[in-house]
Design a protein around this ligand. Structure first.
Ligand code: RTP
Ligand code: MG
Length: 157
């Protein structure tokens, strides 16, 4: 999972990646896996109409976390973010649904759980802005890049 320092792309002009645009990528983060919330969060995701196309329980190395969040490397919270994301296992998954990226961002709610709408996953399961239970891709292109970071081409088929 190590390697590409510039994992994310802000380019919306072309999509060089094979993953369908009705897919998104998620991680259930260390605060949630460590507190036994994984099953409840997966239930919410399935209940909202997403189909799980691939899923794995794994733990990020510091190199993995630094590559995955390279887009944030100049931000003041980067050290805290990478420490936290490597602190316990995560669950990575590819999800499928019409309008997957936007609908999943709606399902998880705002980055800061104090600002997340009632009934969203972050409102109900997150502990703080740093330990906010789940990740959701922010574009079709980044969903494809992030999915390919964790899953082989065969697993993504
Ligand atoms: P994510 O990528 O995890 O789905 O979260 P997001 O789009 O809602 O937020 P983003 O701006 O991409 O930030 C990535 C993660 O960095 C942590 N963060 N901490 N301490 C802070 O001020 C702060 N700000 C962001 C959060 O865990 C956020 O999910
Ligand atoms: Mg983000």
């Amino acid at each position: 999972m190590t390697g590409d320092v510039f994992l994310h792309s802000k380019s919306q002009e072309i999509n060089l990646f094979p993953m369908a645009t009705n897919r998104t990528f998620t991680m259930i983060k260390p605060d949630a896996t460590g507190a036994g919330k994984t099953g409840k969060i997966i239930d919410r995701i399935i209940g909202a109409g997403f189909t799980i196309k691939a899923m794995k329980w794994t733990q990020l190395s510091m190199d993995d976390a630094a590559a995955f969040y390279a887009v944030h490397k100049e931000r003041p919270f980067f050290g805290e973010l990478t420490e936290y994301m490597t602190s316990a296992p995560i669950v990575a998954a590819i999800l499928e649904k019409d309008n997957a990226v936007a609908d999943f961002r709606t399902l998880i709610g705002a980055t800061n759980p104090a600002e997340a709408a009632p009934g969203t996953i972050r409102a109900d399961f997150a502990e703080s802005i740093a330990a906010n239970a789940v990740h959701g891709s922010d574009s079709d292109e980044n969903a494809a890049i992030e999915g390919a970071f964790f899953f082989s081409a065969r697993e993504l088929a």
